[in-house]
Ligand binder design. Sequence first.
Ligand SMILES: [Zn+2]
Length: 174
Amino acid sequence: MGPTPRSNGWEVNALTDGSLGPYRIEITLNEKKLNRGALDIARTIIHELIHAEIIRANDLVEGASWDPDFQVNYEKYRNNYGKDWPSHEYMAEHMVNKIANALRQVHPYLGLDEFRSNPEVLSVFPRNSIPSDFYKAMAWVGLDGTIEYDKNPSRDTYKKWHNDTVQKHPKPCN
Ligand SMILES: [Zn+2]
């Protein structure tokens, strides 16, 4: 936690800074944005860890932990999208299912039972019917603005699930 992280002038949940040297990558969580559900904080941390791993793999000209040919594949993104840092586009196309699986696995340790029985959550998902793509919906958060996100026909539903459940879930991180 540290000074309010900003990206292009906008206050963000967290920021990963790779400008400090090849062996120092800093993730700053916005202390004003920790008043969210534990699963949402976990989502932010996983998202930032992927940024950090992309930075590390680029700086050291190495494969990423999930792709030994990362360097070559990432270069394609730079060319396709015509920008230096297409990390959200890359994540939107390659990492959503991985993020979703990580969140599904960690949720039981972050108050899944309370989550299921929370009245506000129940008003969104009656009778504990958490949809099978719920964690995928959470994984998309932060990737809006990418072409893949805009193409996703479920994006409004996903955003609503996020806003109405984990974002204001009363179990905070402690
Ligand atoms: Zn990001």
